[in-house]
Design a protein around this ligand. Structure first.
Ligand code: F6R
Length: 233
């Protein structure tokens, strides 16, 4: 796992955007997995800027969303429709040749996508019940806490690990504990982001505040600084 620490949110976003651009330069028809939430907004804004400057072209790109809230009425979670939808989603990803780059955020409870604590590390796209912590955290996007959906359809941890490359972005002190557990703690379904340790090409890009709990910081910075001169594998 590569750990990149940037001074602030803007630089974190630029570094993550550069990673997307590098993938598209190598493969203009890449399949991208996109996270929502507040953290990747700067990264997406930077991609828009680069697109407007003519430095990146998305015309041949396919995207898949990482997860989606489930409405509680017509789309009842137990319905056959939802079951079919989950099956269909995994099949579509496979038909598109798999995800080349998956963008991820991290929840303060250590989740990736909506794989809450206890999610199997080999799980596939499915319905999940959100944790109380996630409902509290995401209440800021809704008028009232009661409006936050309780269910979501989410790629599984196993689905995410199938992507060829992963980039996780995290910013702010509320993410420091989750980042420390994910990067330096044991691999555990209690912190599903720790599954990134099992992936052969995962980058974690954080700002100073989100990096605050990392004990090996000096080493990560040393590796990153030495990267341009590293012999090509
Ligand atoms: C969003 C997602 C979630 C968020 C996480 C952090 O598609 O899958 O895992 O990435 O909850 O959200 P923010 O960035 O809003 O703190």
């Amino acid at each position: 796992m590569e750990v990149v620490i940037k001074r602030d949110y803007g630089l974190m976003s630029k570094a993550a955007a550069q990673l997307v651009v590098d993938v598209l330069n190598t493969k203009p028809n890449a399949v991208l997995g996109m996270a929502t939430g507040s953290t990747p907004l700067g990264l997406y804004q930077e991609l828009v800027r680069l697109h407007q400057a003519g430095q990146v072209d998305f015309s041949r790109v396919t995207t898949f969303n990482l997860d989606e809230y489930v409405g509680l009425s017509a789309n009842h979670p137990q319905s056959y429709h939802y079951f079919m939808h989950e099956q269909w989603y995994e099949r579509r990803i496979a038909e598109c040749g798999g995800i080349d780059l998956q963008i991820l955020g991290i929840g303060s409870d250590g989740h990736i996508a909506f794989n809450e604590p206890g999610s199997s590390l080999s799980s596939r796209t499915r319905l999940k019940t959100l944790s109380k912590q996630t409902i509290d955290d995401n209440a800021r996007f809704f008028e009232r806490r009661e409006d936050v959906p309780v269910y979501a359809i989410t790629m599984g941890v196993g689905t995410i690990l199938d992507a060829r490359k992963l980039v996780l972005v995290a910013s702010g002190k509320t993410k420091a504990k989750a980042i420390a557990q994910a990067v330096e703690g044991p691999v555990t379904s209690m912190v599903t982001a720790s599954a990134l340790q099992l992936h052969r090409d995962a980058s974690v890009i954080v700002d100073e505040q989100a990096a605050a709990g990392l004990t090996m910081r000096d080493y990560y910075e040393f590796i990153y600084a030495a990267k341009p001169a590293a012999p090509k594998a």
